[in-house]
Design a protein around this ligand. Structure first.
Ligand SMILES: Nc1ncnc2c1ncn2[C@@H]1O[C@H](COP(=O)(O)OP(=O)(O)OP(=O)(O)O)[C@@H](O)[C@H]1O
Ligand SMILES: [Zn+2]
Ligand SMILES: [Zn+2]
Length: 791
């Protein structure tokens, strides 16, 4: 059984005075010889424990890895997200420090104390293993780290600054190679390909993986060639792609009146050190980013640091460039696009105080910045700010906690704030800052809703309505650019047998497989399961299998047929898997190398391309159909955000939204791009239906290998809660989750809606503790406070 409480250990006399809060140590735990990792979370001069106290074994980090603020934050986080404190602390650390990593001691400043110098001998580095030194040596090492003579670093695999590759060069002359070619067996196609290439490129060294993929030959062919003496292999060092570091410098812009108002108010809070929360509600293209940058500037001038959060940062390289271009080397970045090594490097810079501005996605909210002057959260409504795994925290709440701790303002910015935030601003809990106009008073784009029920879509052959297609053709003629969004990747959403109605489903999940033309695969988007596209129906063996629904791959194909002269960049999970692909595709589009950017919702936010004058949404209904009380809100946000990509500079923008629900309120109001009207309308619905922000919500999910297990547990919990909680609370469910089976686990859930519930915390803690034991039987319970996704 897992436990969630601090344990008391005796400090060995040799280590007295060397242990600090936030250091990790190795301690014996339970009976037997088991050793576990622990964090030092407090000191005490006495204990109430009668038995024989165990001693701390050894120190993992020689300096604290979590500071005082983050330790306190972890306690709050554990309580509010119903998770173990240790997993909260772990979440705050870079991933390299979470696993058991190799560590090295490096000599920083000589001379060393003789006893340590002896350990190093002639080397400048020494592997550090907790168990390897005696207490005296350990003490000496800790002292040397404290005085800066030694440093302790985590070794990241593949972290080598310089990348090494195998390079292939011909080992024989062209004439010799030609002779060899004559003699190889006629069926040795790969060898022939290789030899021909070598003959045609006698002076061109090439990296082995590139050669293999270019010629489509296996590496084994190259190995054979090396053995036979046709080629030489050589390890050479190449520099990492430096392109990402050529960021142009930019300078503060003269603010317009709305921007100035906003910056002035935030600046006052920075100066007065008040933990105010601002909601910056500015329409798309109103210049929110400039407000953020100048607010950060104010914090830096006051001698403080700044934290700027953006949704999944890899998605907004433009934003990163703006911040790095403004503040240069003061900026550290933390996001999923970085390798583990790069992340660790950035974390260290922040921890050491060498970076004053941190830009990052969700987990950057735990950046070990000290003395924060302002916290910014761009696109505060974005659902990527909610962590969907334990600890299930909401970045916004963590940001507010840190704002309060650091006595600094938090700025939540969006064109389409979450209803929760807007409602708080309405009650003056947050300060509302409005920027209702675009920069230079450019008007918002004109939005046209295309009713797809009436449109004869080219005999149903394509997904483009006549008006949208014509609009794209006009852009092509005028050399302007188009952004097209379809929130579905792959070729088509499912494959169905026309004879028996069979739909091909994932064997592990309760969801249909998506057809991907590339690689000719059927793919599960939940567990990654793949199989070839079948020729016959697995059920009736009929041959009339047809695919339904449209994904980005199919639209790309349609565009190539409809507009053969247009160049299209497709951006979705499948085309952006490789590191840096995202940035590269956007840079290509930005520099005008393509007419059309086609993508999933990853293209909806933050992009600022002046030549984009048309936005098309191919199917606005995908997010309306979700089993989620926020379906309207999400649809409105997505449509407004993507519409906002059009007409951001001199030229007027235009938008076409194709839908089968033209009368839906969210779509109608997205047409007007009227957030305030949407807010009022949606709040009425939430009020009637008792949903947030009028009620708080907690979701409890049970999953298990067998359906009856998860059902049984969730009903037990349901019964307990109904007995324990107050009458005013509403419990919805239990029901199977929207996708009832994922990766061979069955999911059941219930939702608690409450206004004020003093017994909730203890009731949920009881649930957590009681059912945590069940882990052993393969049943898992999760508690999600204020859930944002209901799948
Ligand atoms: N004061 C200013 N003077 C001139 N140009 C400005 C000013 N402020 C911002 N801009 C420019 O206006 C454009 C839009 O600004 P920005 O991208 O910050 O908008 P935004 O409010 O973040 O929009 P979105 O929510 O759509 O991302 C940018 O190209 C920016 O450089
Ligand atoms: Zn069939
Ligand atoms: Zn699956």
């Amino acid at each position: 059984m897992q436990t969630d409480q601090p344990y008391t250990y005796q400090i060995p006399s040799e280590l007295a005075g060397d242990l600090k809060l936030g250091m990790r140590v190795v301690v014996p735990f339970g009976r037997g010889k088991r050793k576990v990792q622990g964090f030092i979370v407090g000191f005490s001069n006495h204990v109430d424990y009668d038995g024989k106290m165990k001693q701390i074994d050894s120190i993992i980090d020689l300096t604290p890895v979590v500071n005082d603020e983050l330790l306190k934050l972890s306690a709050w986080l554990a309580q509010t997200t119903f998770s173990f404190r240790i997993s909260c602390i772990m979440t705050m650390l870079p991933s390299v420090m979470r696993a058991k990593a190799t560590k090295v001691l490096r000599i920083n400043k000589a001379p060393l104390e003789p006893s340590i110098a002896a350990l190093f001998g002639k080397q400048s580095e020494l592997e550090y293993d907790e168990d390897q030194f005696n207490p005296d040596q350990l003490k000496a090492i800790i002292d040397a780290v404290r005085t800066g003579q030694l440093t302790l670093d985590y070794v990241v695999k593949n972290q080598a600054r310089a990348k090494q590759v195998l390079q292939i060069t011909p080992a024989q002359s062209v004439a010799e190679l030609k002779a060899v070619l004559e003699q190889v067996a006629a069926n040795a196609v790969a060898q022939q390909k290789l030899l021909k290439w070598l003959i045609e490129h006698p002076d061109q060294p090439i990296e082995q993986p590139r050669l293999a993929s270019m010629l489509q030959i296996p590496i084994s062919t190259i190995n054979t060639a090396a053995k036979k003496g046709w080629v030489n292999k050589q390890r050479v060092t190449v520099l990492r792609d430096p392109s990402k570091h050529s960021i142009a410098r930019n300078y503060p812009l003269a603010l317009n009146d709305d921007q100035k108002q906003a910056v002035d108010q935030i600046a006052a809070s920075i100066k007065n050190e008040t933990a105010d929360v601002y909601l910056l509600e500015g329409v798309t293209g109103s210049g929110k980013t400039e407000v953020y940058l100048q607010a950060i500037q104010k914090a830096l001038v006051a001698g403080k640091t700044a934290l700027m959060l953006v949704p999944e940062i890899a998605l907004t390289p433009q934003m990163v460039n703006r911040v790095k271009g403004r503040f240069g080397d003061m900026v550290a970045m933390l996001h999923s696009g970085l390798s583990i090594g790069e992340r660790y490097d950035e974390w260290r810079r922040i921890n050491a105080g060498d970076a004053q501005v941190v830009v990052g996605a969700r987990s950057a909210v735990f950046a070990p910045l000290k003395n924060i002057g302002v916290i910014i959260m761009d696109e505060e409504h974005d659902s990527s700010y909610k962590q969907e795994d334990t600890p299930r925290y909401n970045t916004r709440e963590v940001a507010k906690w840190r704002g309060a701790y650091n006595h600094c303002p938090v700025v939540l910015g969006s064109a389409t704030p979450s209803l929760e935030s807007r409602a708080r601003a309405g009650k003056d809990v947050y300060h509302l800052l409005m920027m209702p106009h675009r920069i230079n008073n450019q008007s918002l784009p004109t939005v046209n809703v295309v009713d797809m029920r009436n449109v004869l879509i080219n005999d149903g052959k394509t997904d483009f309505s006549e008006p949208l297609l014509t609009a794209i053709q006009h852009r092509l003629a005028r050399k302007e650019q188009t952004v097209l969004m379809l929130n579905r990747r792959g070729y088509s959403s499912f494959l169905m047998c026309r004879d028996c109605g069979f739909v091909l489903k994932c064997p592990n999940c309760d969801i249909s497989l998506t057809l991907h033309l590339k690689g000719h695969r059927m793919q599960c988007h939940y567990c990654g399961f793949e199989q070839p596209i079948p020729n016959r129906c697995p059920n009736c063996h009929g041959q009339r299998l047809r695919s339904f629904g449209t994904g980005t791959e199919k639209v790309e194909q349609q565009l190539n047929q409809l507009l053969p002269n247009a160049s299209v960049i497709r951006m979705d999970v499948d085309t952006t898997k490789r590191k840096g692909a995202h940035e590269r595709l956007l840079a290509q589009f930005g520099s005008g190398q393509a007419d059309i950017l086609l993508g999933t919702q990853m293209i909806a936010k933050g992009l600022d391309f002046p030549n984009v004058t048309l936005v098309g949404v191919l199917n606005a209904d995908t997010s309306l159909d979700l089993p989620d009380f926020r379906a309207n809100e999400k649809t409105f946000q997505l449509l407004t955000q993507v519409s906002g990509r059009a007409g951001r500079a001199q030229k007027q923008g235009e938008v076409y939204i194709q839908t089968y629900n033209p009368d839906n309120k969210a779509i109608q109001l997205a047409k007007e791009q009227d957030y305030e009207a949407f807010y009022r309308s949606e709040m009425r619905i939430r009020h009637i239906a008792n949903y947030p922000p009028y009620f708080f919500t907690v979701r409890i999910t049970a999953n298990a290998k067998f359906e009856n297990q998860s059902a049984k547990v969730i009903y037990e919990i349901d019964r307990y809660l109904r007995q324990t909680l107050t009458n005013g609370d509403i419990i919805l469910g239990p029901t199977p989750s929207a996708i009832s089976r994922i990766k061979n686990k069955y999911y059941y859930q219930l939702l608690i809606k409450y206004k004020h519930e003093p017994k909730l915390q203890s009731a949920l803690e009881h649930v957590l503790n009681k059912y945590q034991t069940a882990i052993r039987h393969g049943i898992y319970i999760s508690i999600d406070s204020e859930p944002v996704s209901f799948m």
